[in-house]
Design a protein around this ligand. Structure first.
Ligand code: ADP
Ligand code: MG
Length: 228
């Protein structure tokens, strides 16, 4: 379902940076994969490319049998909207919107009617255990609660692919473990393919597969029985 062929990504700064240096990778539907590696090894760059937020310098990325290379920006935007859910380290919630409004936003962007979008948003917030916080603003929530809202938003369109960039990086370890359980539970219940960047060896060990990047190259790809 996700396939990368010789993917290279360079950034043009004063000095050219090769963030990804020939990545070949396949991830099947329904896998839950941890992406690890030192800071600067290209993890976020890889996630952004798979998430169609950016394009590779060379090489091919295929999602669901479709080669992204030939697509226009509008077509990529549509794929992102329909297939991809993002969870970031810093939550990226809109501060002036309530929880339920934040979660409903991607649905409005997809043309859902207001009442339907709201009903789905409420359902998702209940799923992540925040039924009692619908009308709160992000500022009024704890870090763990904000990340739950961000997860509900990422899931609002039931995306087949969930991309998470250090989703527990800004949380204390207990809250981080809860968020991780939640992501795993949603992965199991909704069948989403999950690719998650993490610095935490315990988090990685709880995934069925761990991909390691070093200096923009694949340095490891290990499949195991997930430990929980
Ligand atoms: N937008 C950008 N412009 C220039 N260089 C970038 C950009 N994004 C990432 N890089 C560089 O690419 C390399 C990989 O970055 P990144 O993917 O963020 O690593 P990681 O997420 O593993 O810490 C780093 O050297 C970083 O400085
Ligand atoms: Mg990063």
């Amino acid at each position: 379902m996700i396939r990368l062929i010789d993917v290279v990504k360079e950034f043009d700064c004063k000095r050219k940076v090769r963030a990804l240096d020939g990545i070949n990778l396949s991830i099947d539907r329904g896998e839950m994969v941890a992406l690890v590696g030192p800071s600067g090894s290209g993890k976020s760059t890889l996630l952004n490319l798979i998430g169609t937020l950016d394009r590779p310098t060379s090489g091919e990325i295929w999602l669901d049998g479709q080669n992204l290379s030939g697509l226009t920006d509008d077509e990529l935007t549509r794929i992102r909207r329909d297939k991809i859910g993002f969870i970031f380290q810093f939550f990226n919630l809109l501060p002036s919107l309530t929880c339920v409004e934040n979660v409903a936003l991607p649905l409005h962007l997809r043309g859902w009617k207001k009442a339907q979008a709201r009903a789905r948003a409420e359902e998702l917030l209940e799923l992540v255990g925040l039924k009692h916080r619908l009308e709160h603003l992000p500022d009024e929530l704890s870090g763990g609660e904000r990340q739950r809202v961000a997860i509900a938003r990422a899931l609002s369109v039931y995306p087949p692919i969930l991309l998470a960039d250090e989703p527990t990086g800004n949380l204390d370890s207990k809250t981080g473990a809860e968020i991780l359980d939640l992501i795993r539970d949603l992965h199991e219940r909704l069948g989403a393919t999950v690719l998650m960047v993490t610095h935490d060896a315990g988090v990685a060990a709880s995934c069925e597969r761990t991909i390691t990047l070093r200096d923009g190259r694949l340095a490891g790809d290990e499949v195991r029985a997930a430990r929980r």
